[in-house]
Design a protein around this ligand. Structure first.
Ligand code: URA
Ligand code: CA
Length: 445
């Protein structure tokens, strides 16, 4: 099999067989196929796309390029979730304990913050002692005992993705829908959950800026899931403004705890109940996603969800007392108000700008391996739809005491510029654009 011929075939719009794709991925992973040939291939894919079966072959070949996490020996239906990433997206912290409280097993492997988006592992590590570095055996044991565990994805999972993603990053081929779908789904399929609920984001703060692209990505990812024998559903939700009010690691942990008590922001609660409703439904504990959501509401009201979070924190070595006593969590020394400079209704709140401002404060990494500050971030006091008067507090910046004055000024001006106003009331913001059910049927709101 000549790699040249495979590149040419894709460049001219042909379809590759499973053996051909397997050969490419295996050869690239072990190093016998050089970067320049793989780069040419990914560019051909960018322009010609992959068919549904080619995308499934690519995903399977990527899964086979590394180790897998086998959870077959765990009793019960295991349900995983994945979000394509956003700003202030605190859903995993809420959903893992909440869905586990409904009796569904949730093994969740998560990542660190990337670009302007936060990462679940960083957030959890703001709880003193919390250990995200579980072995496969420890993960299985924690899920079996507590019902849910959240851990770092091992270094040897989906080896092809590590090389391929780095290559795409420098060859302008990241935003190919087929390649994104295969990259995300390979990492999900390498972990042996029985069912999967995807949250595909669209809008300013998301990978997929356009709604139709988000639906297409959701269609392809759910088709891959079904093709691999996993029960898969996807939600398409808006990420124009940050989710909830808190952006930043410890700040989002506090927001998650409030949500588990029923005192969180309305948008975060809505998304958690819809996504969680699907997880409970696919986990076989509810008749429908709606009744799954109702069940979760009760588990929040009766305290079971919060108890489950404490159990999860304790099992993973964290200081569970911090769940009741926020003074045990990292806290920024400086709190700076950002005031509105005019009257009006808020009609826009740019998630990308807020995410970037949080990174500049030190809540995220500007490059891989950077040290992050778990205490810093931004609390949004006003969001889309709110009426403000000049001088009202829009947001509070949580910064370190040694942050330079110029840095604070620049963050302040970025936060202020993220807000867009109108003299007319804004239409009520909605969150859910639609979903794809377990049969692959599309529903639009
Ligand atoms: N996230 C991933 O994991 N892979 C992609 O290709 C894009 C986003
Ligand atoms: Ca949030």
């Amino acid at each position: 099999m000549r790699i040249y011929d495979l590149i040419l075939k894709k460049r001219t719009g042909g379809a590759l067989s499973e053996e051909e794709i397997e050969h490419l991925v295996a050869g690239y992973t072990e190093g016998s196929i050089p970067d320049y040939q793989m780069a040419a291939f990914t560019m051909a894919v960018f322009f010609q796309g992959l068919s549904e079966s080619e995308t499934l072959f690519l995903t399977r070949a990527m899964v086979n390029s590394g180790q897998k996490v086998n959870l077959d020996h765990l009793p019960g239906i295991k349900v995983d979730k994945h979000s394509t990433g956003g700003v202030g997206d605190t859903t995993t912290l809420v959903l893992a304990p909440l869905v586990a409280a409904a009796g569904v097993k949730v093994p969740k492997l998560s990542g660190r913050g990337l670009g302007h988006t936060g990462g679940t592992l960083d957030k959890l590590e703001s709880i003193p002692g919390f250990n995200t570095g579980l072995s496969d055996t420890e993960l299985a044991e924690a899920v079996n005992e507590t019902g849910a565990a959240v851990a770092a994805q091992g270094q040897n999972l989906v080896l092809a993705d590590k090389k391929l993603y780095a290559l795409r990053d420098v060859t302008a081929t990241v935003d190919s829908i087929s390649l994104i779908a295969a990259s995300i789904m390979a990492k999900k399929l390498a972990v042996g959950a029985d069912a999967l609920v995807l949250d595909v984001k669209t809008g300013k703060g998301a990978f997929m800026k356009e709604r139709e692209e988000a639906f297409e990505l959701a269609r392809i990812m759910t088709a891959i899931g079904r093709g691999a024998g996993r029960d898969t559903a996807a939600l398409i939700s808006r990420m124009d403004q940050p989710l909830g009010r808190a952006v930043g690691n410890a700040l989002e942990v506090k927001e998650a705890v409030l949500s588990l008590c029923g005192e969180g922001p309305a948008d975060l609660e809505e998304l958690c109940l819809v996504l969680g409703g699907w997880m409970v439904f696919l986990g076989g504990k509810a008749e429908s996603p709606d009744s799954g959501g109702e069940m979760l509401k009760e588990l929040i009201e009766n305290g079971a969800a919060l108890d489950k979070f404490k159990a999860l924190v304790k099992k993973q070595g964290g200081d569970w007392k911090a769940v009741d006593d926020f003074s045990l969590l990292p806290e920024a020394e400086q709190k700076i108000r950002v005031a509105a400079d005019r009257d009006g209704y808020i009609i826009g709140l740019d998630a990308l700008k807020i995410g970037t401002a949080a990174v500049v404060l030190g809540a995220g990494r500007q490059k891989k391996g950077d040290h992050i500050d778990l205490a810093v971030g931004i609390i949004l006091e006003k969001k889309i739809g709110d009426l403000v008067k000049a001088g009202d507090c829009l947001a509070v910046i949580h910064a370190r005491s040694d942050s330079r004055a110029e840095l604070i000024e620049s963050v302040k001006s970025t936060v202020r510029s993220a807000y867009k106003y109108s003299n007319e009331p804004a239409s009520a913001p909605y969150l859910i654009c639609g979903w794809i059910d377990r049969e692959g049927d599309e529903h639009r709101v």
